[in-house]
Design a protein. Structure first.
Length: 202
C-alpha cells in the first residue's frame, strides 16, 4: 500500500500526517531530492512547520490545494451495457476472457440484475456458477476462475475499459494476468481467492 501511495505525483492527503488535504486551503509542497529523482511532499502547513526534517528541500512552496473535480466516475459501469457485454462474451466463449466474464457477472449480481441460482465445484478447483437474469430469466453458466484478490482490480479495470470503449475485446484478451495461469489457479488455496460476490466491486 505504501508503495502505491508513493507513486502518486500529486498528493490528496498530507504526506506527513496522512490526513486529507482540505479543499481550497493552503498547502505546503516540497520536493526532496532522492537517488531516483524527486519525492514530492504535499502537507498541511502546520504539519510542515512542526515536522522535524533531517533533510533540506530541493524546492519548497506554498500553494492552495484544490480537490479534484468529481467526475462521473462514481458509476463507470452502465448496467444495461454491462449486461449486453456479458451476453456478447458468453456467446464468444473465449477462455482468455474468463476473468472478465466472471467479474462482469459478479458486478451484475451486485447491481441486482442477475441472481446466482446454483454453483457447482469442479475437480480442478474452479466453480461453475449459474446466474439468472432477474427480468427475462436468461441463465448464464459462468466459470468462476477463483480470481486472486491481487488480480481483481486489474480485471475490474479491464471491465471498465471494455464498457467505456477505451479497449477492445482483442486488446483485453491479449493481456492475460500474470500469475493467473492454469497451474497457478489449481495450486492456489482458498484464502487468497474471491469465492463469491461479497468481496468484489466496492
Ligand atoms: Zn498533515
Amino acid at each position: 500500500m505504501s508503495q502505491e501511495w508513493n507513486i502518486r505525483s500529486r498528493g490528496h492527503v498530507c504526506t506527513l500526517c496522512g490526513r486529507p488535504l482540505v479543499d481550497k486551503a493552503p498547502v505546503t509542497s516540497a520536493l526532496k531530492e532522492t537517488d531516483s529523482g524527486y519525492e514530492r511532499f504535499d502537507c498541511h502547513p502546520e504539519c510542515w512547520k512542526t515536522a522535524k526534517l533531517d533533510w533540506q528541500p530541493f524546492s519548497l512552496w506554498d500553494g492552495v490545494y484544490f480537490a479534484p473535480v468529481k467526475e462521473e466516475k462514481k458509476e463507470p459501469v452502465k448496467k444495461e451495457d454491462a449486461g449486453e457485454l456479458l451476453r456478447k462474451l458468453v456467446t464468444l466463449d473465449d477462455p482468455a476472457m474468463k476473468n472478465v466474464v466472471y467479474v462482469l457477472a459478479v458486478l451484475l449480481e451486485r447491481s441486482k440484475i442477475l441472481v446466482e441460482r446454483d454453483a457447482k465445484a469442479l475437480d480442478d478447483g474452479t466453480v461453475k456458477r449459474v446466474y439468472e437474469d432477474r427480468k427475462n430469466g436468461d441463465t448464464f453458466v459462468i466459470l468462476d476462475p477463483r480470481l486472486r484478490l491481487e488480480n481483481l482490480s486489474e480485471v475490474q479495470t479491464q471491465v471498465v475499459e471494455l464498457l467505456s470503449g477505451t479497449k477492445t475485446l482483442g486488446e483485453v484478451a491479449s493481456s492475460p494476468l500474470p500469475g493467473n495461469d492454469e497451474a497457478d489457479a489449481s495450486a492456489s488455496g482458498d484464502e487468497n481467492v474471491v469465492g463469491d460476490g461479497e468481496h468484489v466491486v466496492g
